[in-house]
Unconditional design. Structure first.
Length: 74
């Protein structure tokens, strides 16, 4: 497989959905929005999306999908 993914657990969209409790379509939407990046969070061998679990964990800890709250001026 791809060298930088060799020692990482790879998950399908369905497996990731079960693990992080996001709907499958929500995960696909995050790919479209660029929250999950090809080559960093997932790879796509033979048109199948496989997520790199360690990078998804980092993404979850960073709060990337959290709603953006504007800071008050002053």
């Amino acid at each position: 497989m791809n060298g930088k993914f060799d020692n990482d657990e790879l998950l399908t969209v369905r497996e990731l959905s079960g693990r992080i409790k996001y709907e499958i379509q929500s995960i696909r939407n995050l790919i479209t929005k660029g929250e999950f990046r090809l080559g960093e969070h997932y790879l796509k061998p033979r048109h199948k999306v496989l997520f790199r679990w360690s990078k998804v964990e980092e993404w979850l800890r960073s709060g990337s999908d959290a709603p953006k709250i504007p800071m008050a001026r002053g």
